[in-house]
Design a protein around this ligand. Sequence first.
Ligand SMILES: C[S@@+](CC[C@H](N)C(=O)[O-])C[C@H]1O[C@@H](n2cnc3c(N)ncnc32)[C@H](O)[C@@H]1O
Length: 478
Amino acid sequence: MNESRRPSKSAGSRPGDRSRRPKRPQNPASVGAVDAPRSVARDVLRAVRERDAYANLVLPNLLRERKISGRDAALATELAYGACRAQGLLDAVIASAAGRPIGEIDGPLLDVLRLGAYQLLRTRIGAHAAVATSVDLVRIEAGSGKAGFVNAVLRRVSEKTAEQWVAELAPDASKDPVGHLAFEFAHPKWIAQAFADALGPKAGELRDVLAADDSRPVVHLVARPGEISADELALITGGEIGKYSPYAVYLDGGDPGRLEPVREQLAGVQDEGSQLVARAFTLAPLDGADDGRWLDLCAGPGGKAALVGALAGIEGWRLDAVEPAEHRAELVRKTTRELPVDVHVADGRESGLAPGYDRVLVDAPCTGLGALRRRPEARWRRTASDVADLVRLQRELLEAAIGLVRPGGVVLYSTCSPHLSETVGVVADAVRRFGVTQLDTRELLPGVPDLGDGPSVQLWPHRHGTDAMFMAALRKPM
Ligand SMILES: C[S@@+](CC[C@H](N)C(=O)[O-])C[C@H]1O[C@@H](n2cnc3c(N)ncnc32)[C@H](O)[C@@H]1O
């Protein structure tokens, strides 16, 4: 197909749409300057594909290096993260349009095809701009032949709307409703099934969860207690006060790392669900007095340790924080600088710490299925076979925590995954094996609606606007 032919369809324009700019020169050296946002997005997709990079670590560095800000940075972010999130759906459409399996398409071309298909199917960027800019990216790097292939495939993609592609390629909704929704909202089916299982009788909400999980998340800030209030933080940042955590502020966009309260560690970036976990940990009723011996057994990178440490500091107490990975322990040290937190580099299963803690937090390593909104590429990396090993580790960590807490003390077990094996399965095992009592965890989240039948709590993005955090408070018998 002749690469100079352009699709005529135009789906309107939006900020960042380059379709009305003069035709760019074809000098390779100038591409960064001409279409910087798309080349950044392409480079993020490439880093994710080639070296298993995390998109949310690569992108900010590229934006800084290439001095891209404002609307261009917003466009690069939307394209890079969006194409990562939607990868499964985009690949099915690209394979159909190309008439060959994805595995037979060169990696660098696939990156650009994903970027182009994302613009065509999931943004209001005009088809002409989406295709032309993709073709340019390939022509400059790989020559006209390959650019012609990309042009042909994207033109075919542009011939149907996203809804039409879903109708054509998704599993039949009447025979496989979960598979259909998973395809439509670009989730692997096993993850959609895990959400449906966790919703249980409310599985009818699956469409809403997947839709919420598939959209751009609001940035949540935490106002560090004793340093700044949520009111003050909202005033300084122009954000909105959070609904449920007394420390939460919502931001609509921008780079929170540039905000002064964040740079000065008066505030941090933390999902409101995680804030609620940290708060529930401090609120759980003990049998007997609280002497302020608190432990965070899985602390890295330190988000909850910072909030708990700030609350402990107000009472004059200290927090021990355990993390086995040295580089993550270093992050905990940085995040909790100037707070009464002692960091220990150790495996939580054999920490060597003396038992007798009043409270132990086990914010366990998990599949992270509840935080996929904030980790764009994660849903396509995780596999169902990851679950069993993680569950084993979670059980062992919970067992160690129960060994470290004093009789009458509380262990708060949490995951950023709603997968039943990682949540109620691990808790039921501990109740059976160690005789701990489950407290009604809903009471530790005052003012938060829709918490189900208890005693554990499962938060959801579509209900609470938070990550799908799970938590269960367990008291050790006296
Ligand atoms: C879900 S993250 C914790 C997040 C953290 N609480 C926060 O709010 O920032 C789980 C952490 O557990 C750590 N981890 C993995 N294996 C561990 C083990 N055997 N003992 C203790 N921590 C472990 C991981 O390195 C990771 O930093």
